[in-house]
Ligand binder design. Structure first.
Ligand code: PEP
Ligand code: MG
Length: 322
């Protein structure tokens, strides 16, 4: 089976009815790139930069970050989506101490932390913009919950470019800036956000946590964590549609994107870009190549319109079992 899968490495991720799907990899460290390339991933859909900040006392400086990002951007043919620092709540680092909140998942984390600790954010953005000149980099902002956060980020990126130009440093003027959609309010406001950024990536791990009010690291309530909850599916659909309407690409980089049980459903929801652990890429590709996307769209539309929970579940199972 493994050998059969490996033969798919250089085959296109094209469905039976001719839809081209982009399958990318999630990585945590530059050394993960090799694994992504072994399975023929068409780019990096999520590079979790917080791993560079872990197991150390001091945060990495601009030069160290620049070298790490550059290594990945230069090595990969396709787009490399670098997520700005997503610390706080379930992701902690000794190097960046965050005061303990009563509800850390709802507190100072990710972009909120970066907009508060500007020198931390500036250092990372400088390193990113400089490294981006080595290839096709995309800057992805986690936990966006309103348009003002997005605007503060784009303004800061603009200012840093001016600064780098004045210093006569090499940097990329064209790296795209996008928002992670992982807060329900951002998914509902996706049409507004889509006008002011260049791509979306749906982070289902947090989107599910916040939509269903289930702490993703609390075992007591884990049984309620449900990617197939109608509210979650509606939010995913809404985000994809908002991206299509605005003409910006929408990918998904949460665990759901790499779960083969959900591949057909996501195709039916209109998803065309997936990013996942490298180990899942070829299995997902097998399902994509076997899928009839227009048929899946029709079935998924029927499913979303169905308000009888039992029947909806049957329809989901039927799509998964095709
Ligand atoms: C997500 O929330 O779905 C995601 C991809 O990010 P993380 O799991 O790192 O929070
Ligand atoms: Mg997340």
């Amino acid at each position: 089976y493994r050998r059969m899968l490996l033969r798919l490495k250089d085959e296109p991720a094209r469905s039976r009815d001719g839809q081209t799907i982009r399958l990318m990899a999630n990585i945590e460290l530059p050394s993960d790139v090799a694994q992504a390339q072994e399975v023929g991933a068409e780019g990096i859909g999520l590079y979790r930069t917080e791993f560079l900040f872990m197991n150390r006392e001091q945060p990495p400086g601009e030069e160290e970050q620049y070298l790490a990002y550059r290594e990945v951007i230069a090595a990969v043919d396709g787009p490399v989506t670098i997520r700005t620092l997503d610390l706080g709540a379930d992701k902690q680092s000794e190097a960046v101490r965050i005061s303990q909140a009563t509800n850390p998942a709802l507190g100072l984390r990710a972009v909120r932390l970066c907009l508060k600790d500007r020198s931390l954010f500036r250092t990372q953005l400088r390193a990113l913009l400089r490294a981006a000149s080595a290839g096709r980099a995309r800057i992805m902002i986690p936990m966006i919950s309103n348009i003002f956060e997005l605007r503060q980020c784009t303004q800061l990126i603009h200012d840093i470019k001016t600064e780098l130009a004045q210093e006569q440093r090499e940097f990329s003027d064209t790296a795209q800036v996008g928002a992670m959609i992982e807060v329900p309010g951002a998914a509902l406001a996706a049409p507004w956000l889509a006008r002011e950024c260049e791509f979306f990536s749906i982070g289902t791990n947090d989107l599910i946590q916040y939509t269903l009010a289930i702490d993703r690291v609390d075992d007591e309530v884990n049984y309620l964590y449900d990617p197939l909850h109608p509210a979650v599916l509606q939010l995913i659909r809404r985000t994809i549609e908002a991206g299509q309407m605005a003409g910006i690409p929408v990918s998904m980089c949460g665990e759901m994107a790499g779960d083969t049980l959900h591949t057909r459903l996501l195709l039916g929801l209109g998803l065309t870009e997936f990013s996942m652990h490298p180990a899942s890429v070829l299995e997902v590709k097998r399902i994509v190549r076997d899928a009839d996307v227009s048929d899946l769209r029709r079935r998924t539309d029927e499913l979303l319109a169905c308000t009888d929970p039992g029947e909806a579940r049957q329809r989901i199972d039927a799509i998964a079992a095709l």
